[in-house]
Ligand binder design. Structure first.
Ligand code: SF4
Ligand code: SF4
Length: 387
């Protein structure tokens, strides 16, 4: 049977058994294929050697401070939401050597790190994660300073997105206009369809590169009813969001509420452990550390992820600018939802829910916004009542 011509914007259907070949095609084209896999009781992102490395038949249950894997009753490939990892670990690595220096003839020779970029193929990127990647693109590539390492890794990535077939208990991408359907920033976007006697993927082509890869897999043109099924799945997911956030006037709300008593209440719970910033797909802060060997002949500079929840992060002139948990939590949330808008023109939050799931004391950013909004309303009503 001859294959239909694949074009950008078109949709085709790949039957589940043929999906296996996608990973081979990408590997043969020189991509390092990474995607979701089960490890240590969680779905993480790591190198995949075949489709059987995917979390086949697994789902996750998520709530504030809670994450559990559970078996599904089917063999879904993408029947879960996002785990503790995000794609930033590949594009903006947690630890990166920037340069090395060697002592020679009484001076030092600096050797720049050869950052030969890996050509990654990301499998299973969710819509909120596409938005998070676009947010980090602004930080690292679209400002005055361009991070050359990030740029070279980013430009080579092949992205296979997945439209979410279910929402997690802590997801709120709909509130942030970031999901659950992938609308841009992908080479291919899949919707997985599981029927009683059939398992297939509706694939939307985002780029010429995507069309070229897809043309090497057995596929057929998508029928109207298959495309409608795919739309219905995503629409149903949008109705199932575990959380929501009212973002109306959020920037000014937070700017008006630096002194809201809610910051004291959240600070009583916050452990300043930094988990929320580590799992957040948009947080980008780093520090640098210099190390030498014992002889003092060799020195290295390393860049490492840092967090606004550490005391050292705002340490200047013998003291930390944000010594209290209150100051640090307020800084983080106000940056994510308000100052980020002034800085980069968008929110720093895509509603992935990771900071809620992975907070050991279940602090919930959606709940904190709601509480500040309600507290301000109450204050206004009280003032009105007193007048
Ligand atoms: S909000 Fe939660 S995850 Fe973030 S620093 Fe505080 S305790 Fe840790
Ligand atoms: S702030 Fe929380 S919900 Fe928003 S993008 Fe970061 S981890 Fe996800």
């Amino acid at each position: 049977m001859s294959q239909p011509i694949v074009h950008v914007g078109g949709q085709v259907v790949v039957e589940r058994p043929h999906f296996e070949q996608l990973l081979d095609v990408l590997s043969k084209k020189g991509y390092r294929v990474v995607g979701p896999t089960v490890r240590d009781g969680a779905i993480v992102y790591d190198e995949l050697t075949s489709a059987s490395d995917l979390p086949v038949g697994w789902t996750d249950e998520q709530e504030g401070g809670r994450y559990r894997l559970k078996k599904r009753s089917d063999e879904a490939l993408f029947g879960y939401v996002v785990g503790p990892h995000s794609w930033k670990k590949f594009l903006h690595p947690p630890v990166l050597r920037l340069w090395q220096a060697k002592r020679s003839a009484g001076s030092f020779e600096i050797a720049e790190e050869n950052q030969e970029p890996s050509r990654f193929a990301f499998i299973g990127v969710r819509s909120c994660e596409l938005h998070a990647i676009a947010t980090q693109d602004k930080v690292f590539m679209k400002g005055q300073y361009v991070d050359p390492g990030y740029k070279s890794r980013r430009e080579n990535v092949f992205i296979v997105a997945v439209n979410c077939g279910q929402a997690g208990g802590t997801c709120f991408c709909v509130s942030m206009n970031a999901g659950p359907k992938a609308t841009s920033g992908f080479d291919l976007a899949l919707t997985e369809v599981l029927e009683a006697d059939r398992h297939y993927l509706v694939v939307e082509v985002g780029t010429e590169r995507g069309a070229e890869v897809l043309s090497e897999l057995p596929h057929k043109a998508a029928h109207q009813d298959e495309m409608e099924t795919s739309e219905r799945i995503v629409a149903k997911t949008a109705q199932q969001m575990g959380r929501s956030m009212d973002t109306t006037g959020i920037k000014d709300l937070l700017y008006r509420n630096y002194d809201n008593p809610r910051w004291d209440q959240v600070a009583e719970r916050c452990l300043t452990c930094a988990n929320c910033t580590m799992v957040c797909p948009t947080c980008f802060c780093t520090t640098v550390e210099d190390v030498t060997d014992l002889t003092g002949d060799q020195a290295e500079r390393w860049r490492k992820w840092d967090s606004c929840f550490t005391m050292d992060f705002s340490y200047i002139h013998g003291g930390s600018v944000r010594p209290s948990a209150k100051a640090r939590y307020r800084q983080w949330m106000t940056h994510k939802l308000a100052t980020w808008i002034d800085q980069f023109g968008t929110s720093g939050c895509v509603g992935c829910g990771r900071c809620i799931t992975w907070c050991p004391v279940a602090i919930d950013i959606t709940e904190e916004v709601r509480a500040i909004r309600e507290s301000e309303t109450r204050q206004k009503e009280d003032e009105h009542g007193d007048a």
